[in-house]
Design a protein around this ligand. Sequence first.
Ligand code: ANZ
Ligand code: ZN
Length: 862
Amino acid sequence: AERYNVKDTEAHWQRVWAERDCFRATEDPDRPKYYVLEMFPYPSGRIHMGHLRNYTMGDLVARYRRARGFNVLHPMGWDAFGLPAENAAIQRGVHPAKWTRENIAAMRAQFQPMGLSIDWSREISTCEPDYYRHEQKMFLDFLKAGLATRTEAWVNWDPVEHTVLANEQVIDGKGWRSGAPVERRKLAQWSFRITRYADDLLAAIKDLERWPDKVRLMQTNWIGRSEGARLRWDIAGRDDTLEVFTTRPDTLYGASFCALSPNHPLAAELAESSPDLAAFIADCARIGTSEEAIETAEKKGFDTGLRAVHPFDPDWTVPVYVANFVLMEYGTGAIFGCPAHDQRDFDFAKKYGLPIMPVVAPKDADVEAFSAELVAGDEAFVGDGVAVHSDFLNGLAVTEAKRAAIDRIEALGKGEGTVQFRLRDWGVSRQRYWGCPIPVIHCDACGIVLVPEDQLPVVLPEDVDFSVAGNPLDHHPTWKHVDCPSCGKPARRETDTFDTFVESSWYFARFCAPWSETEAFDRAAVDYWLPVDQYIGGVEHAVLHLLYSRFFTRALRDCGYLGVAEPFAGLFTQGMVLHETYKAPDGSWVEPAEVEIAEDGSARRRGDGASVTVGRPEKMSKSKRNTVDPEQILDTYGADAARLFIVSDNPPDGDMEWSEAGLEGAWRYVNRVWRLIADPPVALPAAGAAVPVGDLDKPTLTLFREVHKTIAGVTEDLERFRFNTAVARIRALTNALADLDCDAPGAGAVCRFALETTVRLLNPMVPHVTEACWARLGHATILAESPWPEADPAHVVDDTVTLAVQVNGKLRGNIEVPKDCPREDAEKAALAVENVRAHTDGKTIRKVVVVPNRIVNIVVAA
Ligand code: ANZ
Ligand code: ZN
């Protein structure tokens, strides 16, 4: 048979789709809508395997839904602001705009041969003024609505990148990109009031039924709702009080110290007259403000000499420390410590010789023995139990004791029950050039003045100088100097730009009608398309992008931009792409492309034949040099083989191991399908001929029914993201074709039906070869515009079933009967089974129980 020409075929069909404009989203009123979106790429310059996997899956979903009769929106854009562009400018002297635009062009060209069903007419790039101008308007609206504010805040300062980092961007106390230890600094920052929606963002998680549980859990923990109390301690010899937040007011009788954050105002005040304390605070500032950084640092305290008075007992005082593990941004920035029931406090107490007083014991425990053991050991007791050594709380379970303690605190006027969230407002100011300018002006006379809407967009100047360290906007000769829109006197533009997570918080809505110049969104279009029905991306965005977008959508709704609260109705998080790692004898990494397998089966380096040690599969990364270049794969094997391997290897939410062998297997199957159609095992009747079902012999009928079952199974699989099992079913059908008796009546018609179905079901995965097959089968239509096949339910269910036959509950045989046959028939068939007769003969049959289509149980008397 003729060889399958991948290159020409794939290019041909891509041209046909483009010419027919197949993937332009339409809003046909007779069809339901389906918005499928993959997280848009950062234009780094080259696509990687993660992209290939992500967009293959999204494309499969888009093509499947289109065939199912939906109006499908499947757009593409570029998350184009961000640091790498600026770094390229600093390191290589290319302008960030040029670098970014060239990368976009290069990546668009690299995506092209993948055969993605994208509506390119909606392409957006976030670094262009026609995009970010709308973001500036949103910001002004958020400010007016109190959803954006300017606050002095302790921030994470990256000393290498000269910028503030969000807590999420600090990993192990270090900047996520620079790797430099982050410092604490106090700065005026623009921030978004995500905390306003804390309750709602949390409560709505339960309705995100088509989101992975792990992401829902991560968001729940991130928002971190804690019930507890705010509680004011008097300070001996001073008029002011010390307010703490606690989730365990039931442990108050076990309190042995109070502790302040190093950033607490009281700590600052005391430091003025104590150089030692000032030095201690300076020392603490060297770890970041993130919880993670603070959690991992060694716990240290400084005794201020002050004493706090116990709220329940005026004669009882405890020392007040400044401690490095107390965060200023959580609760009140101060705590009371109960060493017996909190591990951090326990360690702290051991270190500084503070008393450990157990006040909760397991129910029914010997209190004195339990207490003695706890004090002598090295672990706090954080379990459930009842209050002991606690005056009026004694005997109450933890929940009741909390309640009773809060009641007492409130009655004493020393505090109140409260709910505390871990979530903090989202600081969005970045001291960087390549971002969206924040549209405000600083005037010495008027303070902060908003840029009037008719002066938007505030365009980033392109003539900037990267040879000086710091923010180029700040030292630009003219850009920041403007007249105050309010008083007309000389004033300065804000030189901070937005965190790039702001652009990705609303791009999905912009795709609904990206051509609108004056408005961010065409209201009818966003009302029609949102929410995104299926969002696909990496789980690494579980709390950042995905939470910001949920906030942003609510904020936009409250400012009248759109009508939904949730941006993404369905979320799918795909796994990573792994590859084996290879090491040369000198310990250096060897790239997969340099490795060949010698005749003795050992791995060798191409060229010098050095032996290579094969390591376990790991996430593809530049540092381990185990990456594979998608461009080369598309070039060698074509898009279909790559796409097929991607979806057939593993469940899509799991990691997949990329291998040459796997790819070759997919390649062979693509060719096999082509050959089957080009050279079918039996002469096929003309397209459209009906299958003479009544004339089929048993094996041919079985094959015919197998085709219907495959349609039903694959459809169900695709609905549930089980791409790999869908492929397995189709391959099983291909194999079943080999058993076709070509001389049987109707064989040609059944064969055509099987082949046509195979290519239709495979189309979302391997769109090019299937189009070629479809044409070859004599169709003038194209699959990209054809409906999904439908299974005939009558042929999907089996017409016979196997029933187990039991005698007194013991399996004695099986019978095959027509599905749903009358009870009497099943009973008669069961009693006729030889082995059953052996166990019933000569005995009295008490009764026969028939569970339709499952079991016949015969009860006999002994
Ligand atoms: C006394 C106590 C006794 C506490 C006990 C715990 C166990 P979550 O669940 O995260 O809300 N805490 C309060 N504010 C803090 C801050 N700014 N920095 C560090 N720790 C802080 O944790 C609440 C608990 O963390 C609070 O309850 C407080 O310690 C501490 F047996 O108060 B607890
Ligand atoms: Zn002014």
